[in-house]
Design a protein around this ligand. Structure first.
Ligand SMILES: NC(=O)c1ccc[n+]([C@@H]2O[C@H](COP(=O)([O-])OP(=O)(O)OC[C@H]3O[C@@H](n4cnc5c(N)ncnc54)[C@H](OP(=O)(O)O)[C@@H]3O)[C@@H](O)[C@H]2O)c1
Length: 215
């Protein structure tokens, strides 16, 4: 099968899987889908570097509407251009307002300040956290999170979100070409519906979702 056909077939499959996921979302969230435009959850990205930039591009190419964000959104022109017609850029607040699902892909040390500033507007949304906590890079908060359990620590930083931890176990470069079909992505969640959506978003990147421990 030619690679271009394989790739478009995978994208179509991802879209179909995601439409199925929407039917089982909480009613308040399901109402926010925009019939006529797209029936898929919209995705806001906080941190459009290696992980956020790659995942956002793969989701945009799979048919999801994506908003990348940065503290300097004017620097995201290339990221948006690479992701294609379903992508746009904004600041962090705009990406949160845009997304039904928010991807958090920042150095772990930034999580407490992001939580302090945005946790109220994040409440009720699916928050997918890809961050890893490294004491050498992220300081004391990483030590604290590791001793508590990183996913549980992050989940309590963002109360009221439908919290998922995913993609932290794979290198961004393994995702570059859609995972090649056999890259396993661990995911853990606090809410079953959010877990279903996360699994569909993992499949949409061409990877295989593997459920981790309960949060
Ligand atoms: N790279 C990998 O292969 C990989 C794999 C798995 C997990 N991870 C984890 O995923 C996270 C992101 O990694 P990455 O490699 O994508 O990092 P990266 O390329 O350095 O991108 C991180 C982004 O975070 C944003 N950021 C930093 N501080 C912020 C703040 N206070 N508020 C809002 N945005 C902020 C920066 O955006 P602006 O400066 O534009 O605002 C930057 O583009 C890390 O926790 C990392 O450990 C990485």
């Amino acid at each position: 099968m030619p690679p271009s056909f394989r790739s478009s077939r995978r994208n179509v499959l991802g879209v179909i899987c995601s439409i199925t996921a929407i039917t089982s979302l909480p009613p308040a969230m399901a109402e926010s889908y925009r019939p006529g435009k797209t029936n898929l959850p919209r995705i806001g990205i906080i941190g459009s570097g290696q992980v956020g930039g790659t995942l956002g591009r793969l989701w945009a190419q799979a048919g999801y509407q994506v908003m990348f964000s940065s503290r300097e959104p004017e620097l995201l022109q290339d990221v948006v251009a690479n992701a294609g017609a379903n992508a746009r850029a904004g600041d962090v607040a705009q990406a949160i307002a845009f997304g039904d699902v928010i991807l958090l892909a920042v150095p772990y040390g930034a999580e407490p300040s992001i939580a302090e500033k945005y946790s109220k507007v994040l409440a009720g949304k699916i928050l997918i956290d890809a961050d890893n906590a490294y004491p050498y890079r992220d300081g004391a908060v990483a030590e604290k999170a590791r001793s508590f359990g990183v996913a549980k620590y992050s989940a309590q930083l963002f109360p009221g979100t439908l919290f998922v931890r995913a993609f932290n176990s794979v290198n961004a470069s393994s995702l570059t070409d859609g995972g090649g079909g056999d890259t396993e992505v661990l995911y853990s969640f606090t809410n079953d519906k959010a877990g279903e959506v996360a699994a569909q978003l993992i499949k949409a990147t061409g990877c295989v979702p593997v459920r981790g421990h309960d949060l």
